[in-house]
Design a protein around this ligand. Structure first.
Ligand SMILES: [Ca+2]
Length: 335
């Protein structure tokens, strides 16, 4: 193309990058062991999505929903203040994402843990379908105890490991989690204030009475159980049924990937609120380049281009034709 022919000079052509391996965020058409001098790589999210993207269609072959290879340890005891680590292994194609829940609620990313929690994924270097998920919780306290569920999911389906890991937090130092002093008032946990003769005042949690032992008008339940959810509203629920796990004391308890007072919004990095998905919303699959996405009704479709008397040729510095994308060059006259 250059007048002096320099674009074909071997001294410069040797400097052009050659790609021999796909990136971790990409799927290698034909499989990782395929031996071609220039592998075809596609974004990992295109694997098993129902469209043929590889020239040999290998991206739509061998798609398998996740299966649990090894469940988390059944019983775990951790001293308060120490680090909790739980592992779970699953296999699938595409490689599954491993997610954790505590008592069917949030473990991490709820904004309250100050970065104490991390969920790590590692793909086996010799088996790209085998993933180990590791949950780490630093400086555990009593609220971290409970049933931890391991969930493996990919675009073919999801599965929960059985059984859950039951985590006991052991209090060895009373300074770590001091017990609250006993209240001198008998108010069934709905007030800590009472008159000198023992009558409760300022009853909370929709309760009334000298011992806060009765539900207030308009509320139902047994106020003597001593929980904040003893008396619930008789009104119809305002919670979004698609995103609500349960309702307690008028509060909407959201499914794992849902947030909002009415459980009507997907959490960040999730999309498609619907009643069928157990977690309420699906996690974004963005090939590692982003964690954010929103629901869309866009569909891929083939668009014919009227390239009469033109050829489309990838720029030579793009390492493959997918990276070249819309940066293709046009040369007139079919050259
Ligand atoms: Ca595909």
């Amino acid at each position: 193309d250059c007048d002096d022919g320099s674009d074909e000079d071997q001294r410069y052509c040797e400097l052009l990058p050659r790609q021999r391996h796909c990136k971790p965020s990409e799927f290698h058409c034909g499989g990782p062991n395929a031996t071609t001098p220039n592998p075809v790589c596609i974004p990992r999210s295109f694997q098993c999505d129902g469209y043929n993207d590889c020239p040999d269609r290998s991206d739509e072959i061998g798609c398998v929903k996740p299966a649990v290879v090894s469940s988390p340890q059944r019983q775990i005891q951790v001293n308060a203040g120490q680090t909790l680590t739980i592992q779970c292994q699953a296999r699938g194609s595409p490689a599954p994402y491993i997610n954790w829940r505590l008592n069917w609620g949030h473990v991490c990313n709820d904004g309250s843990d100050n970065g104490r929690c991390t969920m790590a994924q590692s793909i086996d270097p010799h088996d790209p379908s085998l993933v180990t998920g590791t949950l780490t919780v630093l400086n555990v306290h009593t609220a971290d105890g409970g049933a931890y569920s391991c969930e493996a999911l990919n675009n073919q389906g999801f599965i929960f490991a059985v059984p859950d890991a039951i985590v006991d937090i052991i209090i060895t130092d009373p300074r770590v989690s001091p017990r609250p002093p006993p209240s001198p008032c008998n108010c069934h946990g709905h007030s800590t204030q009472c008159t000198p003769d023992g009558r409760c005042i300022n009853c909370q949690h929709n309760t009334i009475g000298d011992d806060c032992g009765t539900c207030a008008p308009g509320y139902q339940g047994d106020a003597r159980r001593g929980t904040v959810y003893d008396c619930v509203s008789g009104r119809p629920s305002r919670c979004d049924p698609s995103g609500t796990h349960m309702e307690r004391g008028g509060r909407c308890i959201c499914k794992y990937n849902v947030e909002g007072d009415l459980c009507n919004q997907c959490k960040r990095s999730h999309y498609y609120l619907n009643p069928v998905t157990p977690n309420g919303c699906l996690a974004c699959f963005c090939s590692g380049v982003s964690t954010d996405c929103t629901s869309t009704d866009w569909r891929r479709q083939a668009v014919p281009l009227p390239l009469n008397n033109w050829n489309a040729v990838p720029k030579t510095f793009a390492t493959d034709r997918y990276e070249a994308g819309n940066k293709i060059q046009q040369r007139q006259g079919g050259r």
